[in-house]
Design a protein around this ligand. Sequence first.
Ligand SMILES: C[S@@+](CC[C@H](N)C(=O)[O-])C[C@H]1O[C@@H](n2cnc3c(N)ncnc32)[C@H](O)[C@@H]1O
Length: 461
Amino acid sequence: MSGPRGGTRRPTSRRRRPALDGARLTAYDVLDGVTSRAAYANLLLPQLLRERAADLNGRDAAFATQLAYGALRATGTLDAVLAPLVSRPLAELDPRVLDLLRLGAYQLLDLRVPAHAAVDTTVALTRAIVGTGASGLVNAVLRKVAAGGDRAAWVEQLGGDGDQRLALATDHPRWVVEAWRDALGADAGELEAALLADGAAPEVHLVARRVPREQLVAESGGEPGPWSPYAVRLGGGDPARVPSVRAGRAAVQDEGSQLAALLLARAPLEGRDAAWLDVCAGPGGKAGLLAAVRPEGVRITAADRAPHRAELVRQALGEEAGVEVVVADGRTPPWPSGSFDRVLLDAPCTGLGALRRRPEVRWRRTADDVAPLAELQTALLDGALASVRPGGVVAYVTCSPHTAETVAVVDAAAGRDDVEVLPVAPLFPEVPGMARGDHGQLWPHRHGTDAMFLALLRRTR
Ligand SMILES: C[S@@+](CC[C@H](N)C(=O)[O-])C[C@H]1O[C@@H](n2cnc3c(N)ncnc32)[C@H](O)[C@@H]1O
């Protein structure tokens, strides 16, 4: 223990002078990037931590992460607490002040940061970032937040019906709570567990593509994943340091996404099995696993409408033989009808199944986003069914459990007289609790994966 030396005096008061600390400043910069530039926190935060590595130790980096992710996840709840304490609508506040209020309020509601530290440090940040004028408002509002108690006390005070309380307690917009209840159907008793799981940091999963899984386990110090025979779950550590990841023989991939690719590979098929299509392939995660597990001689076409996403597929697949990457719109396929034996449609979606990874997405998305995406998904599924030969299969997957993007899209296609639905769960006997009718649904709270939806269709003629 180092004591005071060379005339340095111990502070006489236990209450330390508020200083601009690097962790809080970094968390603020992440909130500001998300608010003012629509940045993604999971990209911006690691970048800032790298740039500021000389000034932030491991604990600072961990605290900045907890603050930034926590405050972004809780934005709606924090705003519900702040709104009655500010005389103007929150939307009329200087956005920087609103972000600072959120940062302070989050510490008061959810962290064991002493109230005076949360308030004083946020006031100091406000003074430095916005100016002295705004610091009075921040000071006054945060004191009222502190006086109202912790999150449980605030949820109690704000009141509302059951869904409203769940929304506030678990940091979801109400429309997502309703969508989750609907998606869980008969298992709606798991609603709170499902919502809470969106607040837990996800484990990093690796996929062993061109390396035996046991070797990847040994290299990474991880554990075999319970569901995919290619998955390794990491307890911690930087995946980029794992030799097979560096060499491109393994990659980071959620175990649910691995099952989505395996669904296509495992689907029962009669006759020719030589040409596979991944119609929305960018950035190439599932195409990479498909390339590794395909039987010898199978050619893969990996398409994406966005040229830069197609380029990412090219980079991800590197030297793979028998893989063609093309820029194409899956709604109007440029290849002859019935060209493929198996087609994977990993459709663009709201991404609500991956809320654990992208804390701000739950507030950026709105219920109005769903219908246009469902329209796109429907058109893409039509294109996928046109691309597959009679007798061939289409795997339709989304990283969202929302019924309008999943069951409704597939049901509409299944109404055609040349399409039959194949049951998904029997193809994964090792994965309990994944049946959603004939389809498959993974959940973070049940499976420790993203909430992937999986459906299988056969074109009958
Ligand atoms: C969910 S992501 C695919 C993820 C990818 N399968 C993977 O595992 O890495 C959806 C992709 O669909 C692409 N996309 C969107 N609209 C499309 C369209 N009309 N035709 C083809 N690709 C499209 C997007 O550019 C995006 O890369």
